[in-house]
Design a protein around this ligand. Sequence first.
Ligand code: DGT
Ligand code: MG
Ligand code: MG
Ligand code: MG
Ligand code: MG
Length: 296
Amino acid sequence: MANSKFEYVKHFEQSNATHLLPNTYIVIRIDGRSFHRFTAVHEFTKPNDIRALSLMNAAAKAVFHDLGGEVVSIAYGVSDEFSFILRKECNLFERREAKLVTTVVSIFTAYYVSLWAEYFPDKPLQRPLPTFDGRAVCYPSIENVRDYLSWRQADCHINNLYNTTFWALIQQGGMTAQEAEKELMGTLSKDKNEILFSRFGINYNNEEEIFRKGSIIYRNYAAVPDSTAETEEKAGAETAPTTTVTVPAETQKGKSRSQQKREAKKLAKAEVVVEHVDIIKDTFWETRPWIIHWTL
Ligand code: DGT
Ligand code: MG
Ligand code: MG
Ligand code: MG
Ligand code: MG
C-alpha cells in the first residue's frame, strides 16, 4: 500500500541529509574507540604491536575491495586510525555523508573483528570489543590533501620517536613511567635520538619503517599490464607475472574521455598494495600520478 498516512515523516529525513561538497576530495578518518583500554586488555606490545598494525592494514585493504576500484584512491594508517581519501569525482551514495562514513566504519570494523584470529591466534577477542568512530572532511585541492596526509605522517613520526624513547627508558633503562616522562619533558627530536643511541645503542633510523612512517595503501596501477585493460580477466590472471611500466608524472590535460575510461578500468584491476614510505616529499606523488592527479 503506497502513501500511508505515516509517510510524511520521510521528508524530515531528506531535509536532514548532508551531501558533501561536489568535486572535492572526501577524507574519511576512522579511529579506534578507547583503544587505550582495548590495547591494554588485549596486551598489545609497546610501543608498537606489529600484529595490530597488520590487522589494521588488512581491514583497510578490505575497504578498498569492498567499495570497488573507483572510490578510494589512497589510505594512510597509523596507531588506531586510518584515513581514506575518496576520489573527487566519487558519487557513491550521492555523497551523502552519513551513508559514506557509517559504511566505511562498518566495513572496517567487520573485517577487523573477522580477521582478528589470523593476526592474534593466541589472544581471543574479549570485551571491550573493538569499535571505531568516523568523520568526513572535504578538501578542495590536491595541495590540501597532500598537506592533510603530511600532517598525519608527521604526527606518526613525532609520536613514534617519543614512544620509542619513552619505552626504551622504561623497558631497558628501568625507569618508571613518571621518571621517563620527566626525562623527556622539553626534549627535542635530536635529544631523543641521542638518548636512544648513547644509552641504548638504538639508531632510530633503523627502526622498522612501518613504525616510523605508518602505512600507505593504494592501487598499484603501474604494475598492471596494458592488455588487461582491454581483455576480460582470464582465470588465474591474478597470479600471472605483471610487467612494470613507467608512468610519467602528468595531469589529466589532453586526455580523451575514452582514455580516462580505459585508465579507470585498468586501475580497478590493479593490486592493492601496502607501503611504508615518505609521502611528505614530492617523489611518492610524482612517481604515482594516478593516485590523485588523475580524474577518472
Ligand atoms: P579515543 O580515540 O578518544 O576513543 O581514545 P583512544 O584511547 O583510542 O585514544 P587515541 O586514539 O588518541 O590513542 C590510541 C591509543 O591506542 C593509545 O592509547 C595507544 C594505543 N595504541 C595504538 N596502537 C598501539 C600499539 O601498537 N601498541 C600499543 N601498546 N598501544 C597502541
Ligand atoms: Mg582521541
Ligand atoms: Mg582512538
Ligand atoms: Mg587514535
Ligand atoms: Mg536498506
